[in-house]
Design a protein around this ligand. Structure first.
Ligand SMILES: Cc1ncc(COP(=O)(O)O)c(C=O)c1O
Length: 433
C-alpha cells in the first residue's frame, strides 16, 4: 500500500517539475497533448542550460583554460550518458546533432552515398516520417537506386512476411532497411529487432528512427543489433537543437566524413587533411554545446523519473490506460473516426467526420467543412493538439485520408488532461455541427 501511494505521488509530482504548466490560457489550465511534436522541459533541464551560460560558457576541445576544460568534460560526459542510455559499447558510437532529421541525413549522405550504386535497393516503410523518406529520394536522384516501401496490413502493422520475401529475392542488391520504431501517426510499435535480423540475413544494414520510441520504450542497441539509430533530444524532455545518432563503431570507422571544418580533423595541410578520433570527426565546427550538455541532463532526469514511476512497463501501462480512457469516451460518437488500431502507443490520431484539418499549411484542404473553428475553440480553451499530415503524407495517402487531428502524450500527461480534452473536443464539435 505504501509503495502504491509513493508511486502515485511521484506521478502527480512530475507535472510540477515543468514550469510551463504553471500558466493559465484565458483562465484555463494548459492541457498540452502535443508531445509527439515536442515535449515540455523540466526545471532541471532549464537550469542546466542557464548554468552553462552563466558559469562556464566556453568552446570545447580547443582552449586549455578552466572554463573550456569544464565545458569539454561536460560535453564528453553527455555523450557517455547517451551511450549508457542506449547501451552502446562506447561514447565513440554517439554523434551529437541538432535532431533526428539531421541524423538520418548524415547516415544517408555518408553510409548511403558510400555503399549504394545504381540498381541497388533501400527499403523503408509506408509509415515513415518525411525525414526518413525525402533524404533517400534526394540521394536517389544522384545514384539511381530503388526505394521500396514495406506495406502496412489491415491491422496497421508492417507486413514482415512481405519484407522477408523481398529480402530473399533482392539478396545483396538490398543494402539498407530504414524504419521507424513507433509511428508518429498510427502509434504502431514495429519489431525493429526482427527487421534488423532480416536486413542482416542478406548482408544489408538497418537504421532505426527512434524519435517517438526513445521516451517510452527501453532502447538497447546491442540487443536490437541495429547498425544505426537516431533520436531528437527535444522529444525526450531535452532542448530543441539537440539529438544524436548511434552508429556501430566498425561502420563509423569506414564511413566517409559528413561535413568538413574545425574539430573533425587531426591535421590540415595545403593539400591534405587527416581525420579526428570518433565521434568528433562527425561533429564539425562549434556544436550546440549548451543544449547537448542539457540533453545529458534530460536523459538523467528521464531515467530517474522512469525509475521512480516503477520502470518502463509502468510508463507504458499508464500511457495505454490514458489512450483507452480517451477512446472509450468517443465509442458512441459516429463522427469520431480513429486512424489506426486501438493497440497503440504515444499518439491518438483521428478525424471528425465532415470536417477537414490542415495544420499550419492553410489552403491544402479542398473538400468538407474546414475545421479551423474547432481548432481555434480548443486553442482558446488551453488545449494544445495538432492537426495536419504530421509529416507523414504518404501514410495518409496510403489510406486515402486528408489531414488528421492528433492527441499525443508525454510522461506528465494524466487523467485530468484526457478528461478535459474529451470534454472540449465534444463541445467544440457540437458548436459547429
Ligand atoms: C517518427 C519521427 N521521425 C522523425 C521525426 C523528425 O524529428 P525532428 O523534427 O526533431 O528532426 C519526427 C518528428 O516528429 C518523428 O515523429
Amino acid at each position: 500500500m505504501k509503495i502504491l501511494i509513493m508511486k502515485k505521488n511521484n506521478k502527480n509530482n512530475i507535472k510540477k517539475q515543468f514550469p510551463i504548466f504553471k500558466q493559465k490560457i484565458n483562465g484555463n489550465p494548459l492541457i498540452y497533448l502535443d508531445s509527439a511534436a515536442t515535449t515540455q522541459k523540466p526545471q532541471d533541464v532549464i537550469d542546466c542550460i542557464e548554468d552553462y551560460y552563466s558559469k562556464y560558457n566556453s568552446n570545447i576541445h580547443r582552449s586549455a583554460h578552466q572554463l573550456a576544460r569544464k565545458a569539454t568534460e561536460k560535453w564528453i560526459e553527455a555523450h557517455e550518458i547517451i551511450a549508457d542510455f542506449l547501451n552502446a559499447k562506447s561514447y565513440k558510437e554517439i554523434i551529437f546533432l541538432r535532431n533526428c532529421t539531421e541524423g538520418i541525413n548524415l547516415f544517408v549522405n555518408t553510409y548511403g552515398k558510400q555503399n549504394l550504386k545504381k540498381g541497388d535497393y533501400v527499403i523503408i516503410s509506408e509509415m515513415e516520417h518525411h525525414s526518413n523518406i525525402v533524404p533517400w529520394q534526394i540521394l536517389q536522384k544522384e545514384i539511381d537506386f530503388n526505394i521500396e516501401y514495406i506495406p502496412i496490413n489491415s491491422e496497421y502493422r508492417l507486413d514482415l512476411d512481405w519484407l522477408k520475401k523481398r529480402a530473399d529475392e533482392l539478396k545483396d542488391k538490398l543494402k539498407i532497411i530504414s524504419v521507424v520504431h513507433i509511428s508518429n501517426v498510427l502509434g504502431t510499435v514495429n519489431d525493429i529487432k526482427e527487421i534488423t535480423s532480416i536486413a542482416h540475413s542478406v548482408g544489408a544494414v538497418s537504421l532505426v528512427d527512434a524519435a517517438q520510441s526513445v521516451a517510452r520504450l527501453k532502447i538497447d542497441v546491442q540487443n536490437i543489433d541495429c547498425d544505426a539509430l537516431v533520436f531528437s533530444g527535444h522529444k525526450i524532455y531535452g532542448p530543441t537543437g539537440s539529438g544524436a545518432i548511434y552508429v556501430k563503431e566498425k561502420i563509423l570507422e569506414k564511413m566517409p566524413p559528413y561535413m568538413g571544418g574545425g574539430e573533425m580533423i587531426r591535421e590540415v595541410h595545403k593539400d591534405s587533411f587527416s581525420l579526428n578520433e570518433l565521434p568528433w570527426r562527425y561533429e564539425a565546427g562549434t556544436p550546440n554545446i549548451a543544449d547537448g550538455i542539457a540533453l545529458g541532463e534530460a536523459i538523467e532526469w528521464f531515467n530517474k523519473t522512469v525509475t521512480d514511476l516503477g520502470g518502463y512497463e509502468r510508463l507504458v501501462e499508464h500511457e495505454k490506460s490514458l489512450i483507452n480512457r480517451f477512446l472509450s469516451n468517443f465509442e458512441e460518437m459516429e463522427w469520431f473516426k480513429l486512424f489506426g488500431s486501438k493497440e497503440r502507443l504515444g499518439v491518438i490520431t483521428f478525424n471528425i467526420d465532415g470536417f477537414s484539418f490542415s495544420g499550419c499549411k492553410k489552403g491544402t484542404v479542398e473538400s468538407n467543412k474546414y475545421g479551423e473553428e474547432i481548432i481555434n475553440f480548443l486553442s482558446s480553451k488551453g488545449l494544445c493538439i495538432r492537426d495536419g499530415f504530421h509529416c507523414a503524407q504518404p501514410l495518409h495517402e496510403r489510406f486515402d485520408k486528408g489531414p488528421t487531428l492528433r492527441v499525443s502524450l508525454g510522461i506528465y500527461s494524466d487523467e485530468a488532461d484526457i478528461d478535459r480534452a474529451v470534454k472540449l473536443i465534444k463541445e467544440g464539435v457540437l458548436r459547429v455541427m
